[in-house]
Design a protein around this ligand. Sequence first.
Ligand code: ADP
Length: 405
Amino acid sequence: MSTSVLVINCGSSSIKYALVSERREDRIFGLAENLGSPEARIKGITTGGEALELSIPNADHEKALETILERLAHHNPQAIGHRVVHGGTLTKAELLTPEIIERIREATPLAPLHNPAHLVGIDATMRLFPHLPQIAVFDTAFHQTMPSHAYRYALPKFLYTMHNVRRYGFHGTSHAYVSERGSQLAGSFKQGGWLTAHLGNGSSTCAIWNGQSVDTSMGLTPLEGVVMGTRSGDVDPSIHSFLASNLGWDIYKIDKMLNSQSGLLGLSDLSNDMRTLIEAADEGNEDAALAIEVFCYRLAKSLAALSCGLPRIDGLFFTGGIGENSALIREKTLAYLPHFGFNLSKENNNALKRGTEGRIDAGTGPQIWVVPTDEEGRIAKETEHVVAALEHPTTKKSEPETEVA
Ligand code: ADP
């Protein structure tokens, strides 16, 4: 019988889930949202590919997970893979033991919005399914190969040694999947130097050498780096004292502004959604046009900076909602990088259909590819890998690899 892994991503009032079978294209997936409120509901796709909408008034995480599993029980999931944003210095996916759960708890000050929600989900699934192996897959783990000159801040040493203040990086599951899949498509599986641009509501870049992350744009938190939907990305850190001294803002107000009111939304004063901004710019909205330009320029700057981590650049992979779907953003970004020899084929770039992978350079210079991300598939694969190692502890298995299409 085909085995499957249930992938769970718990937020504070939502749970995204996907049942990933060995034949990875067969997915059952959905979202439980508004948990803890009368509007709590599950929306998703059933086994038959039909839309599902189920009201579960006032359900909490545990009740929602119970309902999800009841519906999926006949698929006999072999294990549960939990997406966990911050794993501190953990370097790989881990079986959830009391010690690993404690490590996730210890990393909470570094991901105060995410890790507590993951812990609620972990707690519920451990109670509901004590017989199933449960694995945590960390967004930070892929970046634990960064050298110290990439992950240390130029701050007093004790902040690192005593308080773990350093760069961690996020979106690791996506950068890992996309760089493996992309390098495989390019015919040099996990070899050479590649840049990835994961562009969604949250965005980040990564430099990968021979399959390992050597630098990334996000840092201690997911606020550092490129312009995002509502996050500022890099700003002068003195903005805190400037706003406190001149506007009397406290640290919470500044933090909220940088995380929720900045980025594309702040610049355009219109929307955090790239599609909306492209349409508005087409209709002559100058703020929307500027937001797009700043996004692309800062993104190009980030890719150029990260290239310092690579002995050579074999190519660039675009992914995420914007990276996969917007030929305009890809073209504008690459227009700021002519000195790297990137040579975009406008025809191939414009012809690429939604959700498809494909090469979009003109055949000279570093390769340029669009590679749709598959975070759930990668989490399922890492989960299977940990489970296999538990079942056959003496067999040394290699790292999970992207499947040949
Ligand atoms: P998340 O980070 O929440 O997973 P996604 O990866 O789905 O987000 O990306 C969402 C972003 O992708 C939004 O800004 C959305 O406007 C953008 N996007 C989706 N399709 C297009 C498109 N065809 N053109 C431009 N932007 C797009």
